[in-house]
Design a protein around this ligand. Structure first.
Ligand code: ATP
Length: 235
């Protein structure tokens, strides 16, 4: 089967000539979870925003479900859900309306049954009539994911979903990822934490200095190299 996501020799130089991506190539199979591990400034966010068509690459290509992210942006973007690293929710909006609005942006009608399905998937159904500001930190993160899933994308990007959260919340997010995987969603997430990648990913990619140093099936990687090697890469 063709990969759901294909990235070929993706390069990005920012103004001033700084090369944040130095030729990244990667295929993602439908249903898999890939964790991209890397230190601050490695290029993780640049990679995600370039894949999603928010940042224009200097060269290279990305196809999502066979659609080129640049020449067929609308079709490709329809297949992508994105939870950026820094994103604000409207505090006074009801949870259900937050998701409904996001779905509407992609041209869908009311579709209450689908909204219910999405909210149930994230265990938010009971909170649907609460204003976002009334929710706990963990529930707010779930709302961000529900918003990103509102248009039923096939690939979900989570940029450092557990940055700055405590251990409890981190584990809650791991559970959410596991549940989404069980529901067949393909997930690419970035993280600084090896234990996070180990807990939730099928494959782990290590990115540093704008290069994808390796991408391997998790268990093979952990067995072959041991944790120490990866800790060295990340410091
Ligand atoms: P972090 O883990 O800290 O979020 P990251 O791995 O996501 O880091 P990026 O945010 O992609 O890294 O940044 C990669 C490099 O590109 C960094 O050196 C950063 O300073 C630089 N960079 C990012 N955005 C821009 C920009 N708009 N203009 C110039 N340089 C940028």
């Amino acid at each position: 089967m063709a990969p759901i996501l294909s990235i070929r020799d993706l390069r990005k130089s920012y103004e001033g000539g700084f090369e944040a991506l130095k030729g990244v190539s990667l295929d993602i199979e439908e249903g898999e979870i890939l964790a991209l591990l890397g230190p601050n400034g490695a290029g993780k966010t640049t990679l995600i925003s370039t894949i999603c068509g928010i940042t224009t690459p200097t060269s290279g290509s990305v196809t999502v479900g066979g659609h080129d992210i640049r020449s067929e942006f609308r079709a490709a973007r329809q297949m992508i859900g994105l939870v950026p690293q820094e994103v604000a929710l409207e505090p006074f909006e009801k949870v259900v309306n937050t998701v409904r609005f996001s779905r509407g942006l992609f041209g869908y009608g009311r579709d209450d049954a689908r909204i219910e399905e999405i909210l149930r998937k994230l265990s938010l159904w009971d909170k649907r009539d609460n204003a976002v500001k009334e929710l706990s930190g963990g529930m707010k993160r779930r709302v961000l994911i529900a918003k990103a899933l509102a248009h039923e994308p096939r690939v979900l990007f989570l940029d450092e979903p557990t940055a700055g959260v405590d251990v409890e919340l981190r584990k809650d997010m791991w559970e959410v990822v596991a549940e989404l995987k069980a529901a067949g969603v393909t997930i690419i997430l970035t993280t600084h934490y090896i234990e996070e990648a180990e807990a939730i990913a099928d494959r782990i990619g290590v990115i540093s200095g704008g290069e994808l140093l390796l991408v391997e099936e998790k268990t093979a990687l952990m067995r072959r190299m041991g944790q120490k090697f990866i800790e060295v890469q990340l410091t």
